[in-house]
Design a protein around this ligand. Structure first.
Ligand code: KIV
Ligand code: ZN
Length: 508
């Protein structure tokens, strides 16, 4: 079996999804989960892009052991030096430098000749090798590059010391057969190709990112770059869980395997969804709510007789929980902490205390507490952002014969402000009141609502997307009362917006 390395770029390319940016603490939470998943390489950010990105890469490099930590850098000295400094504390540090090789990028973006690009690529790799033995070079827009020029660049960067050469389909343009032929071409034409791992990095503009990545594996690629839930620039990147499960489900076809602990996949997907506020569509392969739900009578009958009739993967293989009844009103802090550990969450003392308080309040509202409830509750702690606004109280009246009205009390820094508004419904009224207090000029782009466990007492999750000027943020809130969850999500998004306005924008 060939061993395929999984390079996860959720914290870098994934974060480039509009509104999905994560703060340092959030990135650390995701990185810890990626470590449980046993990813080979975590690309933790683009250190030169902003002080926050630098700090995140540095903290991941300091904390996460047994996994390679990579920092991205353009083929420029300043980028490479910054990336080197950020990944230095890692047990295994990689510098990932990139430069476009397609004529379109050379002519319009870089204004460089092919010879100049070749020279810059070689010198970037040499510079990076001065800091670490593990250097990856990416030929940006490789799939629209001249094949022979791509071969030349690949050969020269390997000679210069690149240990991985990445062939990105930056704009999601290629199709499986064509991409397979490109990888085969490189494998046959580049004389020193065996001295480096060939990697692929596919975007999903035509919905082919996973198919292209898998075809590349068949043709000799040894590393796949992907993101959790397929999030990323524009239509996203190849979805990690789909690539991994395709290899696991069809080992003889691919004759290839990964080291991923697949039982951690579902948890990782939920965590990334909550932290980024990017909802996973119900019919999403592997991790969607319907991925293992059999609706048709004939299918249900078949599965009851023999699962393999309609199930090619077992839900437990990707760690989909069985909605176990876990804790209740009389459970203590210790039991709560232990259960969290079993679920894969290790919180600091302060986070644990707040999560436990919320758990106790939930026990008063809801008789049965399921694993999913606990996960939802904990992710509220995990995604906490510095708060300018916090919800003190919300009262609503609505129904068939009254005008929906909401009274909101918000703490704005140190002052509590109250406001009452009417609206088309209780959520609308609450949002009007919150908008009035905060005087926000943001525009509500999206409002999504979801029940976590079954039953009318289920925890509800709300995710909202707000836009103001050039900033897009996503907010998340959960509560047994869906109106309260909606208000929390709005307040969370407004806090993120405040944070974003204070922080310098990424320079890249
Ligand atoms: O899509 C792309 O080309 C990239 C590179 C930086 C690898 O993200
Ligand atoms: Zn990319």
């Amino acid at each position: 079996m060939r061993y395929i390395r999984i390079f996860d770029t959720t914290l870098r390319d994934g974060e480039q999804s509009p509104g999905a940016s994560m703060n340092v603490e959030e990135k650390l939470h995701v990185a810890r989960q990626l470590a449980r998943l046993n990813i080979d390489v975590i690309e933790a950010g683009f250190p030169v892009a902003s002080p926050g990105d630098f700090e995140a890469v540095r903290r991941v490099a300091e904390e996460i052991k047994g996994i390679t930590v990579a920092g991205l850098a353009r083929a420029k000295d300043v980028d490479i030096e910054r990336a080197a400094e950020a990944v230095r504390p890692a047990e295994s540090a990689r510098i990932h430098t990139f430069l476009a090789t397609s004529d379109i990028h050379l002519k319009y973006k870089l204004r460089m000749s092919r010879e100049e690009v070749l020279e810059a690529a070689v010198s970037a790799v040499k510079k990076a090798r001065g800091f670490t033995d593990d250097v990856e070079f990416s030929a940006e827009d490789a799939t629209r590059s001249d094949r022979d020029f791509l071969c030349r660049v690949t050969e020269e960067v390997i000679k210069a010391g690149a240990t991985t050469v990445n062939i990105p389909d930056t704009v999601g343009y290629t199709i499986p057969q064509e991409f397979g032929e490109l990888i085969e071409y490189l494998m046959n034409r580049v004389p020193n190709i065996d001295k480096a791992v060939i990697s692929v990095h596919c975007h999903n503009d035509l919905g082919l990112a996973v198919a292209n990545s898998l075809t590349a594996i068949l043709k000799g690629a040894g590393q796949v770059e992907c993101t959790v839930n397929g999030i990323g620039e524009r239509a996203g990147n190849a979805a990690m869980e789909e690539v991994v499960m395709a290899l696991k489900t069809r080992p003889r076809f691919f004759n290839a395997e990964t080291r991923i602990v697949t039982e951690e996949i579902y948890k990782t997907s939920r965590l990334v969804s909550k932290i980024t506020g990017m909802v996973v569509q119900p019919n999403k392969a592997v991790v969607g709510a319907n991925a293992f739900a059999h609706e048709a009578g004939i299918h249900q009958d078949g599965v009851l007789k023999e699962r393999s009739t309609y199930e090619i993967m077992k839900p437990e293989t990707v760690g989909i929980p069985q909605s176990k009844l876990v804790l209740g009103k009389h459970s203590g802090r210790h039991a709560f902490k232990e259960r969290l550990k079993e679920l894969g969450y290790e919180l600091g003392e302060e986070e644990l205390n707040t999560a436990f308080e919320r758990f106790k309040r939930l026990c008063d509202q809801k008789k049965y507490i399921f694993d999913e409830d606990i996960e939802t509750l904990v992710s509220e702690e995990v995604k906490r952002v510095p708060e300018v606004y916090s919800l003190v109280e919300l009262k609503v009246s609505s129904g068939t014969s009254v005008k929906p009205t909401a009274t909101v009390r918000l703490k704005v820094r140190d002052e509590v402000v109250e406001r009452t508004e009417e609206g088309d419904g209780p959520v609308d009224a609450s949002y009007r009141a919150i908008a009035g207090i905060t005087e926000t000029r943001s525009h509500l782009e999206r409002f999504e609502i979801k029940g976590i466990t079954g039953g009318t007492d289920a925890l509800g999750e709300v995710m909202v997307t707000l836009k103001e000027g050039g900033h897009t943020v996503r907010g998340y809130g959960s509560d047994t009362d869906i109106i309260v969850a909606a208000a929390k999500a709005y307040v969370n998004a407004l806090n993120k917006l405040e944070g974003r306005k204070r922080k310098p924008e990424k320079g890249i």
